[in-house]
Design a protein. Structure first.
Length: 148
């Protein structure tokens, strides 16, 4: 099944309109501003995210984005594109495979792999990529409202 359009407009699908293989993609740059906002909101002030001198002594040799900031990018796709407004995030299982550095363009991709009609759940394979490199790989489960 083809990817959904990548416009910024919000899309909403009812549970009955979903099919295995549907997918959606969105890209977002990991900006210094987003990292600063995440630090302020979360209270996580680990210097590896915003102090270059400290970060230079880490295994990554430069500042990196918060893993959960990058993981949060994944939730944008199901919340605004597939299935869209009204879907409730129920579960997320992720593996962090590589760092996201400030300025990296992160592409979030979700593809529906299973449906549970009794509970109106949609299960997606979810990934964040920088070019061809998978930086986050996992699965998300959403409860999706139906037509009725």
């Amino acid at each position: 099944m083809a990817d959904l359009p990548q416009s910024s407009a919000q899309t909403t699908f009812a549970y009955e309109d979903l099919a295995i293989g549907m997918s959606a993609t969105l890209a977002k740059a990991a900006s210094e501003e987003d990292i600063a906002k995440y630090a302020e909101i979360s209270g996580d002030n680990n210097p590896k995210h915003f102090e270059e001198a400290f970060a230079a002594r880490t295994m990554f040799k430069t500042s990196i984005a918060y893993g959960f900031l990058s993981a949060g990018y994944i939730s944008v796709v199901p919340g605004t594109k597939l299935p869209g407004a009204g879907a409730i995030y129920m579960e997320q299982n992720l593996k962090f495979k590589a760092p996201v550095r400030i300025g990296d363009m992160v592409t979030e991709h979700v593809e529906m792999t299973a449906l549970n009609p009794e509970k109106k759940l949609a299960i997606f394979h979810a990934q964040c990529l920088i070019r061809d490199v998978v930086v986050i790989d996992g699965e998300v489960t959403l409860m999706v409202p139906g037509h009725s």
